[in-house]
Design a binder for this molecule. Structure first.
Ligand code: NAP
Ligand code: MN
Length: 264
């Protein structure tokens, strides 16, 4: 008996696609939507948002994750609703390759305590209002920049094609394990200076972002677009987590081919 765990986006299309595709599987499968423990495979019906937020809410299961795209872009989803033969083959555990993504980690210190949050794509750190964020950036133990602007995206290689890319960050081949720090609207004037390009760091780096002493910011932190409930933020230390997810890809999967087909 193969155990499949399903995450289904709350849209009519995702639900009807899940119903009709799961019906194709027949006997030999146990399908559950309320416990990923011991699952042989996780199925996600939806777009990238369903993928990101569904995996987060189930604690990033270890099993291979097969995405069926019913959303808009679907960068993580390898199949379309019409790929029924591949769907049956992959659910049986055959014919695919796995792409491993290492997660990002944020360690937050706030007035209410400490917490650690994980993300697949990125963290956004920025003022919740429309004020200039005055932030210090420390790499390992060295103060590298006093930044003035909207804030930062801290992106994994998976997130390099998402928000970071819209801000002019570089697309990172997933074989280059790294952390990318992309500024949002950095100010450069006679009064204030900030780096204007993204910065790339090796997988062992840590990047600490703190509000400057003299600033009265209302800092917000967002993991894959969802707000991290953290009280008044004093500092956030970003690094790569030891935790990984494994995404089902076609045998002929090619990252740059995917980028070309989704973006050009
Ligand atoms: P969303 O509001 O639906 O918008 C995000 C868009 O980016 C969607 O089209 C989504 O695909 C796509 N996307 C997500 N992850 C991607 C990836 N790794 N590579 C390429 N495209 C990707 O938000 P969402 O679906 O909940 O996704 C959350 C992500 O949105 C965040 O992690 C952040 O990177 C991104 N975001 C981008 C901007 C921007 O570019 N200006 C602003 C805010 C957030 P689907 O259509 O399949 O959902
Ligand atoms: Mn979306």
């Amino acid at each position: 008996m193969r155990k499949l765990f399903t995450i289904i986006n709350d849209s009519v299309l995702a639900r009807s696609t899940a119903d009709s595709m799961l019906e194709l599987l027949g006997d030999g499968y146990e399908i559950s939507a309320d416990d990923p423990a011991g699952a042989d495979m996780v199925l996600v019906f939806g777009g990238d948002g369903a993928f990101l937020h569904g995996l987060w809410s189930w604690g990033f299961p270890e099993a291979p994750i097969l995405g069926i795209n019913t959303g808009h872009l679907g960068f993580f989803q390898e199949l379309l609703p019409e790929d029924t033969d591949l769907f049956k083959q992959y659910c049986s555990g055959e014919g695919f390759t796995l792409q491993t993504y290492r997660l990002l980690k944020a360690h937050v210190i706030s007035d209410t305590g400490e917490l650690t949050e994980l993300a697949i794509n990125d963290f956004t750190i920025r003022d919740r209002g429309a004020k200039v964020a005055r932030l210090s950036v420390t790499i390992e133990d060295k103060l590298v920049e006093r930044f003035f602007g909207d804030g930062f995206i801290v992106a994994s290689c998976a997130g390099s094609t998402a928000y970071s890319y819209s801000l002019g960050g570089c697309i990172v081949d997933p074989r280059v394990e790294s952390i990318q720090l992309t500024p949002m609207a950095p100010i450069n004037s006679k009064a204030l200076r900030s780096f204007t390009s993204s910065m790339m760091f090796p997988p062992t780096s840590s990047i600490t972002i703190e509000p400057m002493e003299d600033s009265s910011l209302d800092l917000g932190l967002y993991a894959d677009g969802l707000e991290v409930k953290a009280g008044e933020i004093k500092s956030v230390k970003f690094s790569l987590s030891e935790k990984r997810i494994h995404v089902v890809r076609n045998k002929d999967y090619d990252f740059w081919g995917k980028v070309e087909s989704k973006f050009l």
